[in-house]
Design a protein around this ligand. Structure first.
Ligand SMILES: Cc1cc2nc3c(=O)[nH]c(=O)nc-3n(C[C@H](O)[C@H](O)[C@H](O)COP(=O)(O)OP(=O)(O)OC[C@H]3O[C@@H](n4cnc5c(N)ncnc54)[C@H](O)[C@@H]3O)c2cc1C
Length: 385
């Protein structure tokens, strides 16, 4: 019989729900706490690559996700006027699994929540862990409600500001502002946008990702002061000004932006926590352990993979728990460190184009090498986990 009979998952995002469903489907009694009082997840859309879709397939969710989202198999890189620089056909997926399916974050969340509930996960909203105590082969938890309980394992998938990471490493490792920010807004999808695309500008990058037949989301990535804070009422005018060099649908979007536009802004704060990602019976995954620039669209995908691999390794009781959690940490660190390095370098390179001359050099380089470069990443990410 497994030595993990009852566990606590902290955080009900993509990683926490995936982990909870994976454990519960294997017979573990899972309690999931989420600090939000409702599941009204902010955010716009998520491109889910084949490696994430494979995890969702193990939960029986592939068809529902594919029916809900927009499937695509290539990306294009354009200049700011949407003149083509490179086309890349993803080397992700196989005969069953498409390279990508993008959908609204809210929809993905709804689907994962359904899987967790069907597997019997007890979900408690508006609750956090206010105290954690390491006990021999157990973990004690005091909840924000005042109740206490003990578990065989605590898995922290509580996002970028993780309290569980703080329990493990204090303030030694925290996400720090990179000096770049991401703006996002939805707009109607023109028929010609049929996959993910980047528009490389001078001093910034803009792009789009289809979410369904009618809608896509536009993102804009650029340097922003590390301590930048913007009033939401100013988002529309700030974004218009920032995207003024771009043509095509970006120019059309700018003409429509006003104070009622639903714009999301977030600073980029990359983090790659050195392993091990556990102590005693407390372990973390997802954004609590790693946050990446969004270029490979692998953040939620890695969180989902973490949840899946954690359940697989922990419930394979061939060695002691310490060795199982170490195995989880090592496997996940190697893969996530690749995503971190690749996307961080891509961000730095694209944001180093400051003059028309540098743009000319980038135009040539992208046309020559971008597809091969992204293909190398695809091969790594498409390999079995
Ligand atoms: C601009 C941008 C674009 C992105 N695009 C993509 C993309 O296209 N594809 C992709 O795969 N990824 C993308 N990502 C990354 C992705 O959003 C994250 O990596 C992913 O959401 C991480 O999932 P998670 O479950 O680890 O954390 P989260 O989604 O942050 O979930 C954590 C949950 O824990 C809860 N919580 C926090 N603290 C506590 C606590 N103390 N107690 C209880 N609950 C708590 C939170 O309320 C939240 O619900 C993007 C990110 C950004 C910023």
């Amino acid at each position: 019989m497994s030595d993990v009979r009852r566990m606590l998952v902290v955080g009900g995002g993509v990683g926490g729900l995936t982990a909870a469903a994976c454990f519960a489907r294997r017979g573990v009694e899972v309690v999931l706490i989420e600090k939000r009082p409702t599941f009204d997840i902010p955010g716009v859309g998520l491109g889910q690559p084949a490696n994430a879709l494979r995890v969702y397939e193990t939960l029986g969710l592939l068809d529902e996700i594919l029916q809900t989202g927009f499937t695509y198999d290539r990306m294009h890189i354009f200049d700011a006027g949407r003149r083509l620089l490179a086309e890349h056909k993803f080397l992700l997926g196989d005969e069953r699994i498409p390279a990508f399916c993008a959908l609204s974050r809210l929809e993905l969340h709804r689907i994962l929540l359904g899987a967790a509930e069907r597997a019997g996960v007890q979900i408690r909203l508006g609750v956090t862990a206010s105290e954690i105590s390491d006990e021999k082969d157990r973990v004690g938890v005091k909840f924000s409600t005042g109740e206490s309980d003990t578990f065989d394992l605590l898995a922290g998938f509580d996002g970028i500001r993780s309290a569980i990471r703080h329990h493990l490493v204090g303030t030694a490792f925290v996400p720090r502002p990179s000096g770049y920010g991401a703006w996002r807004v939805q707009m109607p999808r023109p028929d010609f946008v049929r996959g993910m695309e980047f528009l490389q500008g001078i001093g910034s990058k803009t792009g789009a990702m289809p979410l369904n037949d009618d809608t896509m989301y536009v993102f804009h990535i650029r340097p922003e002061a590390p301590d930048a804070w913007f009033a939401e009422k100013d988002y529309a005018s700030l974004l218009k000004e920032r995207m003024s060099q771009y043509g095509s649908y970006v120019a059309e979007l700018c003409a429509t932006l006003d104070a009622s536009s639903d714009i999301v802004y977030s600073p980029m704060e990359p983090l790659m926590l050195p392993w091990p990602w556990f102590r005693g019976r407390v372990v973390i995954g997802g954004d609590a352990a790693h946050t990446f620039p969004p270029h490979l669209t692998q953040g939620a995908a890695m969180a989902a993979e973490d949840g899946y691999v954690l359940a697989r390794e922990v419930l394979n009781a061939d060695v002691c728990m310490n060795d199982r959690l170490m195995r989880y940490s090592q496997q996940r660190y190697a893969r996530c460190a690749f995503v971190y390095t690749f996307s961080r370098q891509w961000l730095d390179d694209e944001q180093s184009i400051h003059t028309p001359e540098q743009m000319e050099a980038a135009r040539t380089e992208i046309a020559m090498n971008a597809s091969t470069r992204i293909g190398a990443s695809d091969r790594i990410l498409n390999s079995p986990i």
